[in-house]
Design a protein around this ligand. Structure first.
Ligand code: GLN
Length: 452
C-alpha cells in the first residue's frame, strides 16, 4: 500500500512521481516554446492518469493484485500504455484491484482493500476499485480499468464516477494480463462523459498485436459527447434489469434519469431480454474456464514468485504446486477449480457447452432489442456500495453484484456508467448504465452527455 496522502483510501499500489513529473515538465516546456512543438500536443497532453495494475508498464511493477507477481517488472508496455506515452499523459502509478481482477469489491487484493472515498467503511466496487476510487477521491483526473464482467462499470457506479467498457476489440488487450480473453476489455474511468470519450480516442484503434482487435473501431466519440442530443432517439428499458432485487433508492434515481431523457426528446419504451436471467450463471462458467487456462502460466518458473516445496525433492511439479499454493489467494483458487472442473472431460458439454449456448441466446436478445431501440438503459448495479466484509465470505452474494453488467461482456457490446445522483436511504452514489450495439460506442457518449 502506498499512502501518498490518500487518507486511507489505498487506491494506489505504486506511485510513479518522478517520471510523471518529468513528463508534465516536458509538456509545459513544449507549450512554452509554442510553434509546432505546442501545436502537436494532444488535447490530453499533461493530464495525469492512473493505470489499473493488471496492465503492464515498463519501469513500474505490475502485480495484478497478486502475491505471485510481487516485484515483477514487465519488459514491455501494453499497447494502451504506449498510446498514453505518445499522447504525453503522465502516468501517476498503478491502482489496486481484486487479485487477477476477480471480484466486485477490491477486497480480494493481496495488498489490502481499497476503500470508497464516499465512506471509508464501504467498498469501492471491483475489480477496478483502485482506479474508480483514485478518480472519485480527486487523486487522478483519469484512469484506466479493465472490464470482464463489470470491473469498470460497477466500481464507477458505487463511487459516482464515469466508466466505459468499449466494444470488444475497440481497444487493444495487448499487455492487459488476461483474465477471460473473450470477455476482457480495457476502458476509461473519469469524472465526466467527455473525458472518457477523449481518453477512449487516445487508447482505441486497431492493433496488429491483438488478434481480436477490430480493424474499424468506432470514431467521433468526443464529438458525440460534445453534441449530447437524444431528440428522436428510442431508448429501451430492459425489463429484466430493474425492479425486484434492486434497492429502492437505485430504482428512484433510475426513474429520474428516464424522465430526464424523455424531457430531452427521447422516446422511452420497454424491451424484454428473456435470457438475461441466465447471464450470471453462464458468465461464472465461461470466465473461470478461460481464467483457469490463462493462469496456467504462473508456474513459479516463468514469472514472479518461486517457492520450493517444504519437503521432498524440488521437482518441477512440486515447485509449481508450492508456488501456486502460496502465491494465489482463495478467490483465484476457487475460480481455477471451478474452471478446470467445467472444462474436464465428461462435464465439458454440460457446463462449458451449455454456457456457450446461453451466450448465443444473450447475443440474440441484444440483437432483437437493438432492432427496436437505439440504446438500452438500466441501473449499473442493484445496490449502492456495501460495507467492507459484508459479502467477503459469500461468493454468490458477491457475484450477484454483476447481474446488470455481465450481459454486455457476453455479447461484446459497449457499456457506459455515469452517476445518477445519490440514493435516498443512504446518500451513496447510484450508477446508470447505457448499452449500445457493437461499434456504436459514440451513441453511449451522445446519450450520456445528456444525462450528466
Ligand atoms: N466482478 C466480476 C468478477 O468477479 C467482474 C470482474 C471483471 O470485470 N474483471 O468476475
Amino acid at each position: 500500500a502506498v499512502d501518498g496522502g490518500d487518507r486511507g483510501v489505498n487506491a494506489f499500489l505504486h506511485v510513479n512521481t518522478e517520471e510523471a513529473l518529468a513528463v508534465a515538465a516536458d509538456v509545459d516546456a513544449r507549450r512554452a516554446r509554442g510553434g509546432s512543438d505546442a501545436r502537436e500536443l494532444h488535447e490530453l497532453a499533461g493530464v495525469p492518469i492512473a493505470v489499473k495494475d493488471l496492465i503492464v508498464t515498463i519501469g513500474q511493477p505490475t502485480t495484478a493484485g497478486s502475491k505471485i507477481l510481487e516485484g515483477w517488472m514487465s519488459p514491455y508496455d501494453a499497447t494502451v500504455v504506449k498510446k498514453l506515452r505518445a499522447a504525453r499523459m503522465p502516468i501517476l502509478g498503478k491502482t489496486n484491484l481484486d487479485e487477477f481482477a476477480m471480484g466486485s469489491s477490491t477486497e480480494h487484493s493481496a495488498y489490502g482493500p481499497t476503500r470508497n472515498p464516499w465512506d471509508l467503511d464501504r467498498i469501492p466496487g471491483g475489480s477496478g476499485g483502485g482506479s474508480a476510487a483514485a478518480v472519485a477521491a480527486f487523486e487522478a483526473p483519469l484512469a484506466l480499468g479493465t472490464d470482464t464482467g463489470g470491473s469498470i462499470r460497477q466500481p464507477g457506479a458505487v463511487t459516482g464516477t464515469v466508466g466505459v467498457k468499449p466494444t470488444y476489440g475497440a481497444v487493444s488487450r495487448y499487455g492487459a494480463i488476461a483474465m477471460a480473453s473473450s470477455l476482457d476489455q480495457i476502458g476509461p474511468v473519469s469524472r465526466t462523459v467527455l473525458d472518457s470519450a477523449l481518453l477512449q480516442e487516445v487508447i482505441g484503434g486497431h492493433d496488429p498485436q491483438d488478434s481480436t482487435s477490430l480493424t474499424d473501431p468506432s470514431t467521433g466519440l468526443a464529438d458525440a459527447a460534445r453534441l449530447g442530443n437524444v431528440k428522436g432517439m428510442k431508448i429501451g428499458i430492459i425489463k429484466e434489469l430493474h425492479g425486484e432485487g434492486y434497492q429502492a433508492g437505485v430504482e428512484n434515481r433510475f426513474n429520474e434519469s428516464l424522465e430526464l431523457l424523455r424531457g430531452a426528446g427521447a422516446e422511452i419504451v420497454e424491451v424484454s431480454c428473456p435470457n438475461f436471467g441466465y447471464a450470471l450463471g453462464a458468465y461464472y462458467l465461461i470466465m473461470p474456464s478461460e481464467a483457469s487456462s490463462n493462469l496456467a502460466k504462473f508456474d513459479g518458473v516463468r514469472f514472479g514468485m518461486r517457492k520450493l516445496p517444504a519437503e521432498g525433492p524440488p521437482t518441477i511439479e512440486r515447485v509449481m504446486a508450492a508456488t501456486r499454493a502460496a502465491g494465489f489467494g482463495d478467490e483465484v483458487k476457487r475460480r481455477i477449480i471451478l474452471g478446470t472442473y467445467a472444462l474436464s472431460a465428461g462435464y465439458y458439454d454440460a457446463y462449458y457447452g451449455s454456457a456457450q449456448k446461453v451466450r448465443t441466446l444473450i447475443q440474440r436478445d441484444f440483437a432483437a432489442a437493438f432492432a427496436q431501440v437505439d440504446v438500452l438503459i438500466s441501473p449499473t448495479s442493484p445496490t449502492t456500495a456495501f460495507k467492507l466484509g459484508e459479502k467477503l465470505n459469500d461468493p454468490l452474494a458477491m457475484y450477484l453484484n454483476d447481474v446488470a453488467t455481465i450481459p454486455a461482456n457476453l455479447a461484446g457490446v459497449p457499456g457506459l456508467t455515469l452517476p445518477g445522483g445519490l440514493a435516498d436511504e443512504d446518500g451513496l452514489p447510484v450508477g446508470i448504465q447505457l448499452l449500445a450495439p457493437a461499434r456504436e460506442d459514440a451513441r453511449l457518449y451522445r446519450v450520456g452527455a445528456v444525462l450528466e
